[in-house]
Design a protein around this ligand. Sequence first.
Ligand code: FAD
Length: 266
Amino acid sequence: MSLNIIVCIKQVPHPEHFSRIGLDVGRQTITREGIPAVINPLDRHALEEALKIREESSGRVTAISMGPPEARRALEEALAIGADDAVLLCDKCFAGADTLATAYSLACGIKKLGHFALILCGNETIDSATGQVGPQLAEFLDIPHVTSVTQIAFEQEGSLIARQALEGGYMKVRVRLPAVLAVTKEINEPRLPTVWTIMEARSKEMQVWAASDIGATTEMTGLAGSPTQVTGIFERDTTRRREILDGTPSQIAKKAVGRIQELIAT
Ligand SMILES: Cc1cc2nc3c(=O)[nH]c(=O)nc-3n(C[C@H](O)[C@H](O)[C@H](O)COP(=O)(O)OP(=O)(O)OC[C@H]3O[C@@H](n4cnc5c(N)ncnc54)[C@H](O)[C@@H]3O)c2cc1C
């Protein structure tokens, strides 16, 4: 069985530096200057699953990302971990994309890649966390999708069984291929690159495609193609006020209830 697998990789700010993400209220943008970027954690699980499937069958694993030129670093890491090749979708017209415009551009890139059996992505990202890109991508490609996937098993040619996490349980779903699966962290333990895979990655190719290379209609990409647009960014007032209530525990409890009621009423 030979399966070509595409793994969607988003570059996100390093979670240890989230507190440094700021708001530029004047320019109405989020500021991330100087914050190191990493592969979205769940996308590492998606890549790991693709590599495991490749080891058990054959085929190629291609990592794809839509992002600014710096997103190249995430794809270089994916190559060093074991992806066979990588594609960066990078064009000024992709800027300001909401999830729909992101999924559209990824779908155009994936169509250009051609034959594939499976697209793996993370269930959600750690920075925007909408969980929409996987299902939207499947819609653009007109193929089935399953989210919250915790296990994948191949039983017969042309389909697979995905175990989907539900609240308080699991559901096993048979999916016709090609399909999009969005995975959770339960699915596997991602590997780290080794000296050997890092060396090997040097000879691997990364393609950089603009909108015109993938036949994307520019009106459907970036800000122009986004049905949701940011209309305002505001800083939330997080100043804390402290009040010390004294008395016996029951007096303090009564005072606390009184103060809470006063605050709710104002
Ligand atoms: C109105 C609006 C304006 C925005 N403007 C900007 C902006 O100007 N600049 C900006 O950086 N962001 C912007 N964003 C955020 C941007 O739309 C999201 O980062 C992007 O669509 C992915 O959404 P998400 O992180 O919720 O992905 P999710 O749906 O949570 O991601 C699920 C999975 O999809 C895959 N995936 C998601 N995004 C990508 C990608 N880019 N490449 C490859 N795979 C991917 C990954 O496998 C990921 O694990 C904007 C969002 C909105 C709503």
